[in-house]
Design a protein around this ligand. Sequence first.
Ligand code: PEP
Ligand code: MG
Length: 595
Amino acid sequence: METAVKEEIQVKGVAASPGVAHGPAFLFVRKEIEVASYFVPPEKREEQVARLEGALLQIKQQLRVLRCEIEEKLGEKEAQIFDAHQMVLEDKALIDEVEKEIFENGWNIEYAFQTVSNRYVEAFSHIDDDYIKERVADIKDVSRRLLHNLLGQAEMELDNYSGARILVSDDISPSDTVKLDRSRVSALVTDQGSRTSHAVIVARSINVPAVVGLHDITKRVKTGDTVIVDGFEGLVIINPSEQSLFRYGKIRTERQKAQTVYHSNLHLPARTVDGFEVRVMLNVDGSESNDDLKKSGADGIGLFRTENLFLRSATLPSEEEQLRVYRRVAEAMAPFPVTIRTLDIGGDKQISNPIFGHEESNPFMGFRAIRLCLEHVALFKDQLRAILRASAFGRVKIMYPMISSVQELVSANAILEECKRELAAKKIDFDANIPVGSMIEIPGAALAADLLAKHCNFFSIGTNDLIQYTLAVDRVNDRVAHLYEPNHPAIMRLLKMIFDAGKKAGIPVSVCGEMAGDAAYAGLLFGMGAQELSVAGAVLPEIKYFIRNISMSDTAKMVTDVLAQESPEAIAGLLHGYYADHIGARFLGEDRATV
Ligand code: PEP
Ligand code: MG
């Protein structure tokens, strides 16, 4: 009897956690909880509130247990997911609204709670912001838990399967992440989610490949279907053909081999074959443990994105609170330097605080970063004093984001000097010669880099923004993502111009945007004059290894070749060829689809 061969289907999503896996799928989709609505007479409404209070207490206890479980399994950083859940349970506005539904409208507690939580979810779900999306996921997760408790139902759990599987879900809630286990889940694939979803953060920390944002993958895959997940390229292949299976089998083995070699070389210096020593630094957001920092293999921190401290907290963090975090990181990294970037809020990172003003039609070009800090001087000074005070405990540098003119840099420096005077008057220690840097991420700043160089000690190129502003391509808009082209000749020229300006002024230029973390560009950037790149922890071992296999004299030649090209394709071809010649061929064969 003939069996029908299923057709291979390829679906592209967001590459969220690197790695390749293949195996049978397990479909995990939760159904909506059905809640009855009924009228409660006034004399019985207190009872409903008492049930709510009892359920809240029980859930808080359950969450404490889950927190301990995940802390033990994955560490403090991942366990903090449950602090966000406790915050939902303690949200006075939400609880007051539920009580109002009971007392004023007479609804039963289950219906009142579901109505209010749906209202919150609905209000937030139109906001296209990863942080807000996470908070919506938190509210949904906590509401589900509470409704199950009130209804006395057991929850559908993620442990009804055995053997390593490709987990396919609409979305994995933060509570479900406790069940993510390398021995049972070989990859994670979801309809929703982004690179910063909690589940994705956990997946990355336990090295489970993940592809998210696939929209309708749960409708295309059934439990038992064979699936390949390519977490490097963000590709899911359902019912793979023999050729795909063979190709991915090879890629998988080669990538594993490569990672082992990169890691075994992590402790070695980033020295090129012709003896040039450069630095590979780490990008952080303050949530990393001291252990993560110490074991990273980095030569310091080239970009500390401080806005996450502000995004994570319901109120603005005080000078003391910020100092605690900056000091911890400075001490953990000492004697290596730590470059702390001042607040870069705005754009796609919005905080709902009245002082930051109103919705903008074009937030990336609006009230963002240094522009906002120069108007909210008290907030800026709190941060600058915290950074200055941390400089007494390690080698700290300050860096301003989104500088577009000399005037902004001069104004920021004047405020910094004022902070230094205030601390000196109080006899508080700080590094009086703290180096000050300007990010170069606006084309205007790149063109005027020679002028800016007179007012700072270093430049750091933010390629993520530099590309979006130079090519007029919104970096978070899927519809124009194909136009976001790092290989554009205009980008190459601007980069060269910035390095040349730094060299002429005698100040170092580093790169901290995503381009620095792609080995294809690392050689080019060193060839143009970088002495330092700052990259994400996951790619740092590969970048360091790559540097140890290239020679500075080749990279200079590559710069000349690249600058002579007219098309992004030609530039990509040269860069990829160079990568393949130096390490690609050794480990990755011809199958490294992109670099
Ligand atoms: C950049 O723009 O390249 C950068 C490093 O900053 P961010 O991604 O935080 O805007
Ligand atoms: Mg930027």
